[in-house]
Design a protein around this ligand. Structure first.
Ligand code: NAP
Length: 245
């Protein structure tokens, strides 16, 4: 596919759901992928399924060193990095009044600092080569606010605000770095496993059961953004079930 062939794409959160499906879709279209997550067995299995166009590294987005090591791996195996798909995230849920402070801090560490760690690792490459593409998975919770998920909403609004500001900086600095924020609605993945049993969890599970999309809906959106000509920036993509308000 146009502008996808031979691109080297780092994917965080590649061990399941949206990240894993996007790795499949991109490599089916000629890209090479560097798979990142903590579950080694899943990464190994996916890399074996994809074949020579995939490499993997057990890595945690909360570690700046792990993110730098991913870039080194990409350069060592494939010679460069063209795209970062910063997709790793968790959604433990819960009202603020429940005071699940550990969950709040984990969301900040993974959904916010994890994104920043991966960006900090690729930006020196992108600035030096004067090209690159940063794609980040936000959420419908990055566009609207919902009760029962306040900190998650905050982390996903962060992605929207940060990447949109960065896009303007890249234009001013003439670095040719493209940016895309993806806002998925209900997608059937393992994300709900991170929510503790509660009324909120049951409600969300029902929504996903009734209208949730398969992860390929988001994988197709990422492929669309990557495949555009260099002078086209698909800055925002909302992908939700047609029956989700
Ligand atoms: N599913 C939805 O309805 C939906 C809607 C909107 C937005 N999203 C967003 O989509 C993204 C992908 O989630 P998903 O739905 O595909 O769920 P998922 O199947 O649970 O995938 C989450 C991924 O993030 C990885 N991850 C979590 N913590 C990590 C860490 N500290 N370091 C490295 N990797 C980590 C997980 O891998 P390991 O556990 O192996 O590390 C896994 O690969 C998330 O950012 C999520 O917020 C999902």
């Amino acid at each position: 596919m146009q502008n996808v062939e031979n691109k080297v794409i780092i994917i965080t959160g590649a061990s399941s759901g949206i990240g894993a499906e996007t790795a499949r879709r991109l490599t089916e279209n000629g890209a090479k992928v560097v798979l990142s997550a903590r579950r080694e067995d899943r990464l190994k299995e996916l890399a074996a399924e994809i074949g020579e166009n995939a490499v993997w590294m057990k890595s945690d987005v909360t570690s700046p060193d792990d993110m730098k090591a991913l870039v080194s791996l990409a350069k060592e195996k494939f010679g460069k990095v063209d795209v970062l798909f910063a997709n790793a995230g968790i959604m433990p849920g819960g009202s603020m009044s429940e005071l699940k402070v550990n969950d709040w801090m984990n969301m900040v560490d993974i959904n916010i600092k994890g994104v920043l760690n991966s960006m900090a690792a690729v930006l020196p490459e992108f600035m030096a080569q004067k090209s690159g593409h940063i794609i980040i998975t936000s959420s419908m919770a990055g566009i609207k606010t919902v009760p029962g998920n306040a900190v998650y909403c905050g982390t996903k609004h962060f992605v929207k605000a940060m990447l949109e500001s960065f896009r303007a900086e890249s234009i001013m600095e003439d670095t040719n770095i493209r940016t895309t924020t993806i806002y998925p609605g209900a997608i059937k993945t393992e994300l709900l496993n991170t929510i503790a049993p509660s009324e909120t969890k049951s409600m969300v599970e029902e929504l996903y059961r009734n209208v949730g999309l398969e992860p390929d809906a988001v994988a197709n959106a990422v492929l669309f953004a990557v495949s555009q000509p260099d002078n086209v920036d698909i800055s925002d993509l909302t992908v939700r079930p047609s029956k989700e308000s």
